[in-house]
Design a protein around this ligand. Sequence first.
Ligand code: ZN
Length: 318
Amino acid sequence: MKRLTILIVLIIPFILCTSWGFFAHQRINNLAIFTLPRGMILFYKKNIKFITEHAVDPDKRRYADTLEAPRHYIDVENYEKNIDSIPEKWNDALARYGQKHLNANGIVPWQIQRTYFSLVKAFANRDSIKILKYSTDLGHYIGDAHVPLHTTANHNGQLTNQVGIHAFWESRLPELFASNYNFVVGKAKYIENPLKEAWKIVKHTHSLADTVLTLEARLAAAFPSDKKYSFSERNNTVLKQYSVEYSKTYHDQMNKMVERQMRAAIIEIGSFWYSAWIDAGQPELKNLVKLEPNPIEKQAAEEAEKKFLQGTVIGREL
Ligand SMILES: [Zn+2]
């Protein structure tokens, strides 16, 4: 008992300061490769390790770059009451809200479009390193756009006394239950209009936010409070987590929403990669040019890794 008391003092809340958690992002990017057509899949399979491992690079950049955080979310309510009233095009949004408001409240749909164009350019230049970088980044942002709590101002339940729900939904639940998900999603399809598609994704994701929050609030009220969390010891600290029982009940009540969102992210990522390749004129992905990143790019990547290891996010964490 005494030992337990000491340990309780050391309790740190188990919060992963990432989006979808490292596990889910890596899984999603990895599986998107298998949706690709013949002209692409060999190159992506050859680089599967890079695409999987670097799926979380954009989250790491949030430790070094003040402009990175807003690229991962959009707080819809801070723009308009109705999501359909937000101008779809970047320039129209910039004219209406101004850069400062956009940076504070998130820009994920436009970031998807921007990264998409960078990828088209990389394909057109047959620049293997940039193809990999932008494919991986694009996968990350599309993944984030499928997380309901990345589309609401109440992004961590902080407005409704549900703090912790963000990592609970996007990290804890996939880590516990993804091994039972069906990830056969079919083949990538051509996307006519990447910006419209990005908005289609975000609008659907946002429509789920209320369910995500309401179900958890109801469950928290009904569930025995001493069974809500579990505690486990790791490296002399106690991790506080949502208990498996609580997680399972919530997960069941959402009726496969997490699985559907992960599946949707996988097929969308494959389709965006495929479309970028088509738009670049279907370049042959053999014997690509290998341009080393320039010193500034290299330094920025090293800096991000270093700051990430030090561990303080600049701007919003979730
Ligand atoms: Zn993210």
